[in-house]
Design a protein around this ligand. Structure first.
Ligand code: NAG
Ligand code: NAG
Length: 648
């Protein structure tokens, strides 16, 4: 019986492999055919010197951006099959997203990466992609709503029922409501979109048109980044042609966020550029406070407070103030509401006063058009999506500009559940991060690579071409990352990562690594032993204050609660509490708790049985406890460096 089962299993495996093989052969043949069809066409295509052309059959406000020879707009991803896409040609791309897969949180968005989801803070597994893609292709959509959710990343059915002209409730401070007297420059609002839903795209446009006084609105530039959904073709062109002051530009090449915004910027004529995501709703009077800050200082890059529209119920939720944009050592962006050294100023003043921010989110950003171009636009080497706002922010600060959030300006942004399209390359985020690390972080890039070892391995096998960006950096006279950290973003804890005192905390007795379990609603997280991940998610750093720090911002400290070893939030202002001080004795590998003089031991907790779905399971865990120091392999530890301190 068992033998038969195994045989059958093997046969099934064989079938799966054969299917996969067939799938790959078909894919290869198809792509070969497509590229063969492409290459002669490319040579013949006769518009090398005129990237922009008005096509005669279209409404006058629609431009088609044809294959550009400008390498600045080239994208490193091969999307040649899509390049020949014409207006009104609907290319069907089957959804490959698995509805069951929980999304992976990345800063403000969640990125759906099937098969790679573990717990929070984990790096993406490099090996899972192809198998999962093949598997999820065969799975039919579970139900209609779920399909719509997966298509757009939010409740589009509900959004369709909400007016394109809805008004947001007043959320500004009373001190913001006075009139602006001085004359302000004109603005070009650049809205890039790729397969955006009709309702959210048009609500964004109408919201801009109804909130911006005509004298400040140069134009709204809608830039279509090679959308494939039918409603964004002829119907949109027709709709836009009836809107005053709105122009539509189409790219025939997928540019990604940065490239698309740069394209919009090259076509814009307003003095100030406002880059806006394609699913926003503006508050009354949101633009004037931004323009005012820019006109006072043309090197200022500003953002409104980004309020939140819920992806499920489309409800508006005002964001609390003060807030600022930050990033961590994994180069993930987030909004930070804590940790302010707030001046002892009166609250009415604080409520209207712009606040400097180490980073600005990408949702809505305004800056002087000439300053944007002088600074080198968006990095053209950035792929599709992600981290471009961090790159821009470090560049702005390092090369002579400043960034701030203006609280009298508010724009609401639909925070999607996940990115509604599949990135062609799952390591794309890492590649973008590598560009940031290599271009801007100097020796501090090591700290990043230790916390994202996938990026480290990619970097070892391929060097990004950042020649032009380094030239730009030199010619602009940009300052070092050390300056940025000390002058702009001193709140970021800088790990020491000393050799032999940082890395994965390997336990000799169990052969596993120190890890922890996130606990909902609890500040402290119990420490345990888990298989060593090698991703950088288990990186600990014993610093010269005796703290053992963990986390992308180093915000968690190894701590003791009674006998239990836990991770607690590190104190932010006061000096290190004595319960947080540890000593590593290299000679025998003991990790000593200074206050109690006890050692960290991996203790097996067996025999906990519980019933789950009719099965009786034995749940044996290995947790970390403080025990009297003895010679015991379970008290022996070793810091494993995954990224060597020296070397390329
Ligand atoms: C609004 O945001 C706050 C915190 O940012 C959250 O606690 C609250 O639940 C949100 N309300 C709604 C209706 O989403
Ligand atoms: C890097 O890019 C520059 C210009 O963008 C080019 O001249 C150079 O040949 C490239 N280097 C490599 C190694 O590809």
């Amino acid at each position: 019986m068992r033998l038969w089962g195994r045989k059958f299993g093997r046969r099934r495996m064989l079938c799966v492999w054969l299917l996969l093989l067939a799938f790959m052969v078909v894919t290869l043949t198809l792509s070969d055919l497509l590229s063969r069809n492409q290459s002669p066409g490319r040579q013949v295509s006769g518009l090398p010197d005129r990237p922009l052309q008005r096509s005669s059959g279209l409404p006058p406000d629609v431009e088609i951006f044809l294959d550009s020879q400008d390498p600045a707009l080239e994208l490193g991803v091969d999307l040649s099959p899509l390049k020949s896409l014409q207006e009104d040609e609907l290319l069907f791309v089957p959804s490959t997203q698995d509805a069951n897969m929980p999304p992976h949180e990345k800063g403000i968005y969640k990125v759906v990466l099937p098969g790679t989801y573990k717990d929070e803070g984990d790096a993406v597994s490099p090996m899972s992609s192809e198998m999962d893609k093949a598997a999820s292709l065969q799975e039919p959509d579970k139900d209609q709503d779920q399909a719509v959710l997966m298509k757009y990343g939010f409740n589009e059915v509900l959004s369709e029922r909400i007016s394109l002209h809805r008004r947001l409730p007043e959320a500004r401070h009373a001190g913001c409501l006075q009139q602006h007297s001085r004359s302000l420059p004109s603005a070009s609002i650049v809205v890039c979109f790729h397969d955006e839903a009709w309702s959210t795209l048009l609500r964004t446009v109408h919201s801009v048109l109804s909130t911006v006084p005509a004298q400040y609105l140069q134009e709204v530039l809608l830039v279509d980044d090679l959308s494939q959904h039918g409603h964004l073709k002829g119907v949109l062109s027709e709709y836009v042609s009836h809107l005053d002051g709105v122009r539509l530009i189409r790219s025939t090449k997928r540019l990604g966020v940065g490239g698309c915004r740069t394209l919009g910027a090259t076509r814009a004529v307003g003095e100030v550029l406002v880059f806006m995501d394609s699913h926003c709703e503006c508050h009354k009077g949101w633009l004037e406070p931004l323009l005012e800050r820019v006109v006072q200082d043309r090197t200022r890059v500003v953002s409104p407070i980004i309020d939140v529209i819920d992806w499920q119920n489309l409800q508006y939720n005002a964001t609390q103030w003060p807030v600022r944009g930050v990033f961590d050592w994994k180069l993930d962006f987030s909004w930070d509401f804590s940790n302010f050294p707030l001046p002892d100023q009166d609250q009415d003043f604080v409520a209207v006063q712009p606040l400097r921010s180490p980073v600005l989110g990408g949702e809505v950003v305004a800056m002087d058009r000439h300053f944007f171009h002088r600074l080198g636009a968006y990095d053209p080497g950035m792929l599709l999506w992600g981290v471009e706002q961090i790159e821009l922010s470090i560049r702005v600060w390092s090369c002579g500009g400043t960034m701030e959030i203006v609280p009298c300006s508010r724009v609401a942004h639909l925070r999607r559940h996940h990115l509604p399209y599949r990135l062609p390359d799952q390591e794309l985020l890492q590649r973008n991060k590598i560009r940031v690390a290599e271009t801007w972080m100097d020796a501090y890039s090591k700290i990043f690579y230790r916390r994202d070892t996938l990026a480290h391995f990619i970097r070892q096998s391929e060097r990004p071409n950042i020649t032009e960006r380094l030239q730009l950096k030199r010619s602009l006279g940009c300052r070092s990352f050390h300056w940025y950290l000390t002058s702009v973003y001193p709140q970021l804890y800088v790990p020491q990562d000393r050799a032999g005192l940082s890395g994965e905390l390997y336990n000799i007795g169990t052969g596993g690594c120190a890890d922890h379990v996130p606990q909902q609603g609890q500040k402290s997280r119990p420490m345990n032993i888990a298989p060593c991940s090698g991703t950088g998610s288990q990186h600990y750093d014993l610093n010269s204050e005796g703290e053992v720090r963990w986390g992308p911002t180093g915000a968690f400290c190894l701590d003791a609660k009674g006998e239990s070893v836990v991770l607690s939030p590190c104190p932010t202002h006061t000096s290190t509490a004595s319960t947080l001080q540890w000593k590593f004795i290299k000679l025998n590998g003991q990790l000593l708790h200074q206050q109690s003089q006890l050692c960290v031991e991996a203790v097996k907790e067996g025999g906990l049985t519980h019933k789950s779905q009719g099965e009786v399971k034995t749940n044996s865990r290995t947790d970390l406890f403080l025990r009297p120091c003895t010679v015991n392999p379970r008290q022996q530890w070793h810091f494993e460096q995954l990224v060597a301190p020296q070397g390329a």
